[in-house]
Design a protein around this ligand. Structure first.
Ligand SMILES: Nc1ncnc2c1ncn2[C@@H]1O[C@H](COP(=O)(O)OP(=O)(O)O)[C@@H](O)[C@H]1O
Ligand code: SF4
Ligand SMILES: [Mg+2]
Length: 316
């Protein structure tokens, strides 16, 4: 039995334009200690999937359903109070997109890391700050930095603070939403190395969200390619990188600039569909070079392949 099993996950928003089907039947599985790269173009529903996993729902959500089985229990059966008391930050934590720029500017960073320990673990301030400075060491920050304010730190340092905040209550699963996208390439590489070390040393399960499949390959064991609110291909990262099956995955892989060789990166023509009124059949059909008649009528079902699945009629 997998450690994390997500199925039939839906999160819809109500807007003046109609209902936005941001997460529309997401399914994936993960073993303990594995990292899943969740990749896809901007607007395909990656952050919404993260929020759905952590039950952080905006006011205008209109539908939220599915199954999130962690260990043996379906988290969807918990009440909101139970979810907040037992799961959020304690068993599943998250690094939000752009989090390093939303640290509280008037509080010392060590205190911001220590505070959850005072609230949830009943530690006094001194004990909590001691634990924060231990966490700083773990994420490669000098422990003296606990007394600094966010504006005194570089981007890479702030991101390390944010990572230590996500670790503070010893979660089993961390969701990282584009954790390096605001950083320079060299700092990005340092943060990726830190994440790899944390994964290997602490055995934390990770869902790593990025629009960059090459970056995902650096950390992930598996990859889920998301398109228009759904996962269209799930597989081991080596398989998807070297032999992508879904036509959209093929385009994503072909869009990665190669360091060696003279093949130019390809652009993906067209734009993703409007999630208020996605195409009836395959959502990728308007951009797909292999489209056949059936694709415009019937949404493709999941076909099991290798360690995962592909949603495309070519593999029927
Ligand atoms: N609270 C909301 N209300 C309405 N639409 C939203 C809301 N949050 C996100 N969206 C829309 O949902 C879609 C998916 O967004 P998001 O999950 O942020 O995608 P990604 O993280 O892949 O860029 C987008 O079309 C976005 O505009
Ligand atoms: S189902 Fe059809 S349109 Fe969709 S990706 Fe496969 S071949 Fe292309
Ligand atoms: Mg996002």
């Amino acid at each position: 039995m997998p450690y994390l099993e997500v199925s039939d996950l839906h999160l819809y928003y109500e807007t003046v334009r109609g209902i936005v089907r941001a997460v529309d039947g997401v399914e994936f599985m993960l073993e303990k200690g594995e990292a899943l790269g969740l990749v896809g173009e901007s607007g395909c529903g990656k952050s919404s999937t993260a929020n759905a996993l952590l039950r952080l729902l905006p006011k205008n959500y209109i539908e939220y359903r599915g199954h999130i089985i962690l260990g043996r229990h379906d988290l969807m059966n918990l009440s909101d109070d139970e979810f907040r008391e037992q799961i959020r930050w304690k068993r599943i934590s998250m690094i939000f997109q752009g989090a390093m720029n939303s640290l509280n500017p008037v509080l010392r960073v060590g205190f911001q890391v220590a505070e959850p320990l005072m609230i949830h673990r009943n530690l006094n301030k001194e004990e909590a700050l001691r634990k924060a400075s231990e966490l700083f060491k773990l994420v490669g920050l000098p422990s003296e930095l606990v007394d600094r304010y966010p504006h005194e730190l570089s981007g890479g340092m702030k991101q390390r603070v944010v990572i230590s905040m996500a670790l503070v209550l010893n979660p089993e699963l961390i969701i990282l939403d584009e954790p390096t996208s605001a950083l320079d390439v060299s700092i990005q590489a340092q943060i990726m190395n830190l994440l790899k070390t944390l994964k290997n040393e602490l055995g934390i399960t990770m869902v790593f969200i990025t629009h960059d499949i090459a970056l995902a390959s650096d950390l992930s064991d598996k990859v889920a390619v998301m398109y228009a609110g759904q996962i269209v291909e799930l597989g081991f990262i080596e398989d998807v990188l070297h032999k992508p099956l879904h036509p959209y995955s093929q385009k994503l892989v072909a869009s990665v600039p190669l360091l060696k060789g003279n093949k130019k990166p390809e652009f993906i023509p067209g734009a993703p569909p409007d999630l208020v009124a996605p195409p009836h059949g395959c959502r990728f059909a308007p951009r797909c070079p292999f489209i056949k008649e059936k694709c415009m009528v019937d949404p493709p079902s999941s076909h099991l392949v290798g360690g995962g699945y592909v949603k495309c009629w070519l593999y029927e």
